[in-house]
Structure formats: structure tokens, C-alpha cells
Design a protein around this ligand. Sequence first.
Ligand SMILES: Nc1ncnc2c1ncn2[C@@H]1O[C@H](COP(=O)(O)OP(=O)(O)OP(=O)(O)O)[C@@H](O)[C@H]1O
Ligand SMILES: [Mg+2]
Length: 273
Amino acid sequence: MTDPVVDARDVTYRHPDGTVAVDGASLRVDPGTRVALLGANGAGKSTLLQLLGGLHDPDEGSVRWFGDRDVDTVRDRLAVLLQDADDYLFNPTVREDLEYGPRQLRLSTAEIDDRVTELAARFDLEHLLDRPPFRLSGGEKRRAAFAAALSTEPEVLLLDEPVSHLDAQNRRRILDALDDLAADGVTTVVATPDPDLVPAVADRVCLLGPDGRVVADGTPREVLTDRERLRTAGLRPPTLVRLFDDLDGVDGDDVPVSMPEAETTLRALLDDG
Ligand SMILES: Nc1ncnc2c1ncn2[C@@H]1O[C@H](COP(=O)(O)OP(=O)(O)OP(=O)(O)O)[C@@H](O)[C@H]1O
Ligand SMILES: [Mg+2]
């Protein structure tokens, strides 16, 4: 059996004021998989993601990386994109934020320049490279932070709401980049409160209940059609599930959860009609 890239066991985390944000959560992430952490606001997604990224130590339970290693020995193999892009962009210019990770890896100046040029082109940041990050729009900051997270070419990317507040074109850019990463075998964990996003970014979903516990762990189909469990987690099923639930002619278990599935279902319905 291959070693998990991250293995969290019975993890509990209390914020300094005593708030229990994650309560006995277990999650094993295998290499090359795409996992979504789904939960309502305040469910504990960001806290769990930071535990998985080794940014906090759990109060109880353990988190280990790449087969029982300590995070300090593997930090350059992980990247964590925090929910607030401001926490990620701390250099005087966007260019320096993109150079920061590769510099830590001691790449040559030519290699660093190549990476920055490539990332800037891919995420439409060329015209922003010499600006201080605090003079960017919210969506521009998210793009810059995403590019910075990719700059070290990590094996595991932990992303907190990577497409929130993005317009359609920039959302597509990030989703395409996530597809490319998956094709390259990079492991991704995406935290989101949006069930509609899950099929586009994950093959497996871990649902967090309102009290920081993992209440479901399965395929997008299993979790996103479990209407009752989503409700108790404070969420609604994806738009497609709700739409097809309202239509006659589709069995509740066969309801589409993704756009490609919806297309197939609709074609079948139209052909029957
Ligand atoms: N710094 C903090 N100090 C105290 N409590 C905190 C802190 N940060 C978060 N919390 C609490 O921990 C719980 C989980 O918060 P967390 O940010 O992990 O949730 P989330 O699922 O990411 O929510 P959102 O969808 O709003 O981003 C919440 O009850 C929140 O109020
Ligand atoms: Mg959050």
C-alpha cells in the first residue's frame, strides 16, 4: 500500500480562546488524489486545512506526512493557500511574492525568472508584477496567491476556497490549473462551502458538520446526493441535484451531480421524449 501524503488521525484543535474548531477528525489523503473539504461557514474547514498543512499542531490526535514523517522534514513538498490572500502576499511587490518560494528552494536566477514569467502569463499577472500586493483587487490577489502557491511546484496543494470571488474567466483559469495539476499527479485538497464546486475539483469529499466533526467521507455522488446529511451540515444539495429532484423522470439515485452527467441525463430525457 502506498504511503498517504497526509494522514490525520482523531485530530482536535482548540483556538486560543477555547473554541473547538475541529473535533476528532480523521482524514487520510492518498498520493495523486483530489479531495474536497466541504462544510458550512464556521464548520472548521480552514482550521483543518491548516492542520493538514502543518501550520498548527493539533491539541489531540496526530498529523503525519508522506508515511509517518514530521512536517518540518517535508515543508518544501507542501503548499497551503490560505483563505485570506493577504496572509500569503507579504513582499513589497507581486514579483517578489512569486520569487519568494523558488528563492527558498535556492533555484538559480534564470530558473526563478522562468518560473515567474510562466506563472505571470498563465494567471494574467504580467501587468501587476511590479505593484505592491495591497494595491490589487480581491480577485487579482487570489490569482497572485494561487500563482505563488504553485511557484515551488509542490507535490501537495492545500487550497482554501481557491475560486471564491473570482469572475468566470479567472475561475476557469484556476480550475484548468487544478486539472493540469491532477494530470501531473499533484495531490490537492480544496476547502469550500459550495457543493456546486465539488465535482469540478474532487473525486472524494469529506463533509464537515457544524461542530468540527467529519460527518461523511465518500465520492461526490455519495455525499452530494445525501440530502439529509447535507441539511444537518447546514448545506443544500448542488443546484443540479435540486433541479433534477424537482423534475419527473429521473430517479433520486441517478440524479446528475456534475455538468457532464447533467448533459448525459438531459440528452436521454430528450431522446425519450
Ligand atoms: N482565531 C480564532 N480564534 C477563535 N476561534 C476561531 C478562530 N478562527 C476560527 N475560529 C472558530 O473556529 C471555528 C471554525 O472556523 P474555521 O475558520 O475553520 O471555519 P470554516 O469552515 O473555514 O468557515 P468559513 O466557511 O467561514 O471560512 C468557528 O467556530 C470559528 O468561529
Ligand atoms: Mg474558512
